[in-house]
Design a protein around this ligand. Structure first.
Ligand code: C5P
Length: 299
């Protein structure tokens, strides 16, 4: 095989309920992932050794060494199957870097699927999902796509039914936010409010039944009233201009607004395709996208 390209979607967390900090440093989550039609493409070609190149949005902030999650994915897959990680991975980015939309996770899932095909390994899906979970909490969902409830640290997935298309607009911020920093700020805000931030003291979070029903019914109005993100206050505390971004989208006709994951990308749910176009025009850099979207797909 000479070249393999895999398309992988971004995600938005329509529910992100954060429990306490666990002894391993991660937080218990109940999160509802929704894949959105904004994609990175990962192309694998034969090479001697491992090489990463990138093009597209935010490309200057994509690491091109072994720390890139796509490189780590290729190495992990090669190790698991006892082959050499000989591959050139080219990443074409459309998902914002460090934007709260799982761009790095998408590249890792794409690299796994691309290398599996290039190297002719035929890895079972369960094996790929297990490798994904080792690489990061959001990586299994990048492989799966669609909609799913994520529990544990987000890596344990239960697929959810989606009864219709939703129109989103994503307002991209200048620069990224570090996910660990946002979780740390969330913990700090909890302690500053007089509460505990520890898993031992806090109830385990659960799925929001009204939100799951709205997804199943394909009801944008129902989904809009149920959107929630426990990391939002922390993201806004670290990047106060996000409050203005959220207000701008609401004034421009969004049914609802929230920070995507740990931010700083802001997500707006629009009532129609036309409304999404109008909404996107209210920002210097905003992109309409449909959901749900399929997971990692070999093109
Ligand atoms: O799993 P991933 O490598 O994407 O996580 C990045 C960081 O985000 C973790 O090191 C941790 O600080 C934080 N995190 C967390 N709880 C989760 C997921 C991520 O605290 N459930």
């Amino acid at each position: 095989m000479s070249a393999v390209t895999v398309r992988v979607p971004a995600k938005v967390n329509v529910q992100l309920s954060v429990g306490g900090r666990r002894p391993d440093g991660f937080h218990d989550l109940a999160t509802v992932f929704l894949a959105v039609g904004l994609y990175d493409h990962v192309t694998a070609t034969p090479a001697e050794g491992l090489r990463i190149t990138a093009a597209g949005r935010d490309v200057d902030r994509v690491p091109l060494d072994g720390t890139n999650l796509a490189a780590r994915a290729a190495v992990a897959l090669a190790k698991r199957y006892g082959v050499e990680p000989d591959v050139h991975l080219h990443i074409d980015k459309d998902i914002p870097v460090a934007g709260g939309m799982a761009g790095g996770s998408a590249d890792a899932a794409g690299a796994l699927v691309a290398c599996d095909a290039l190297w002719g390994l035929g890895a079972p899906r369960e094996e790929l999902l297990a490798l994904c979970a080792d690489l990061g909490s959001d990586v299994p969902f990048s492989l799966a796509g669609g909609a799913a409830l994520g529990t544990g640290r987000g890596e344990i997935l239960t697929p959810l039914e989606v009864g219709g298309e939703f129109h989103w607009v994503f307002a991209v911020a200048e620069g990224g936010l570090s996910t660990p920093d946002v979780y740390r700020e969330c913990d700090r805000l909890r302690r500053a409010g007089g509460g505990s931030d520890l898993a031992a003291d806090l109830p385990a979070p659960g799925a929001d039944a009204a939100l799951v029903a709205a997804l199943r019914e394909g009801s944008a109005v129902g989904l809009a009233s149920a959107l929630s993100n426990d990391l939002q206050a922390a993201s806004v505390a670290l990047r106060p201009t996000l409050a203005d971004t959220l207000a701008t989208g609401l004034a421009a006709g969004a049914l609802a607004a929230l920070v995507s994951g740990s931010g700083p990308t802001c997500a707006f749910l629009a009532p129609s395709a036309g409304a999404a176009t109008t909404l996107a025009a209210a920002f210097p850099a905003a992109y309409p996208a449909l959901s749900p979207a399929p997971g990692a797909t070999l093109l």
